[in-house]
Design a protein around this ligand. Structure first.
Ligand SMILES: Cc1cc2nc3c(=O)[nH]c(=O)nc-3n(C[C@H](O)[C@H](O)[C@H](O)COP(=O)(O)OP(=O)(O)OC[C@H]3O[C@@H](n4cnc5c(N)ncnc54)[C@H](O)[C@@H]3O)c2cc1C
Length: 318
């Protein structure tokens, strides 16, 4: 790896397709290890999705050990074990701090930049690439060229460019306006790899008309349980937290987490059950309702329930 970077250099050439979090990390790391790296980003700048993460603050990682981290990975956590053992959440934190981004740990051990600016994380990754000598080219790669089962290079603007190695880091299908619209899956298929069906995850859920009339209502400290409708005794998710009603259904942290536990979200496949008072058992709730009715004996139903429930929900629960 000590040869000069010339025509006869033996340094491997690497094309990284995609300038998101994974592409920038891969490009900077390959270049730091001695490769001649070109990063292709189809948009006019790298890290567009990264910039909108964590509501613009970027939840960089969680400040915990790997076993705790994996407990919160809803699908196939084992797959991540090898990578996380090599580069732990603590390594991630040291990495960004060494690039000049101080971090802080908030409730739930979530780690954010002290500045609360996801752009600081984007800029740090671009710096990491540049200081290691990565060339960044703002062009879309249209094809990964393979021959006899081996990668030979890529096609950009109708031209073939040879590379020793190609790293595909095109992202998935979420937020296509940030550049990730499925090219990576196409490249994988064209290279003969099996691509599994894609499923939405961490998304709001559509529900029927009753929810629309509650749009804007936020529920805190409730328990959301999702059942597979046809196997109604089987809860696929049940947690305490916060959710809200939207004009099309339900959303908020609990709902996004629930969606990650659901398989194919087909209409009518799941039923949501919301426990509005998860801290009370049936007899405690009974006592509480009787005491409220005694307190508001001269009021009508809606007002008598005002201490117990948000007013928009009273007609639904009465
Ligand atoms: C709203 C939202 C909030 C999130 N919040 C968090 C959070 O707080 N913490 C967290 O850890 N994760 C969060 N995530 C998830 C996180 O954003 C993704 O896991 C991460 O950005 C994936 O990075 P990536 O590099 O794989 O893909 P992407 O960030 O999608 O990057 C892929 C890049 O490849 C480029 N590209 C695609 N095709 C081509 C092509 N043919 N040629 C050249 N370039 C191409 C795209 O333009 C894009 O820039 C959030 C996601 C969303 C949508």
């Amino acid at each position: 790896m000590t040869e000069p970077d010339g025509l006869h250099s033996t340094r491997p050439t690497v094309a990284v397709i995609g300038g998101g979090a994974s592409g920038m990390m891969a490009a900077g790391t390959a270049a730091a290890a001695g490769a001649r790296v070109t990063l292709y980003e189809r948009g006019d700048r790298c890290g567009r999705k990264l910039a909108i993460t964590g509501k613009g603050r970027c939840n960089v990682t969680n400040n915990c050990d790997i076993s705790e981290f994996l407990l919160h990975v809803p699908r196939n956590p084992k797959f991540l074990y090898a990578s996380l053992s090599k580069f732990t959440p603590a390594d991630t934190m040291s990495f960004f701090e060494s690039l000049g981004v101080p971090l802080k740990t908030e409730r739930g051990r979530r780690v954010f930049p002290v500045s609360d600016r996801s752009h600081d994380i984007v800029d740090a990754l671009i710096r990491y690439c540049r200081t290691n000598g990565v060339s960044i080219v703002n062009k879309r790669v249209t094809r990964v060229v393979t021959e006899d089962g081996a990668v030979r290079g890529i096609e950009v603007g109708g031209q073939f460019i040879p590379y020793d190695r190609v790293i595909v880091a095109c992202g998935g299908l979420s937020y296509p306006t940030t550049g990730s619209d499925g090219d990576g899956y196409r490249f994988a298929r064209e290279a003969g790899l099996k691509v599994t069906d894609t499923l939405p995850s961490l998304v709001p859920l559509e529900a029927g008309e009753p929810c629309a009339t509650l749009a804007g209502l936020t529920l805190k400290n409730v328990k959301l349980t999702m059942y597979e409708t046809e196997k109604s005794s089987r809860a696929v998710f049940s947690e305490l937290g916060e959710m809200l009603f939207t004009h099309f259904g339900i959303s908020g942290p609990l709902v996004l987490s629930a969606s990650a536990r659901m398989g194919d979200v087909l209409p009518g496949k799941y039923t949501a059950s919301i426990d509005l008072k998860p801290g009370l058992n049936e007899s405690q709730l009974d006592t509480r309702i009787l005491s409220d009715f005694a307190k508001y004996i001269n009021r009508d139903m809606i007002n008598a329930c005002a201490d117990l429930l948000p007013s928009a929900l009273v007609p639904r629960c009465a």
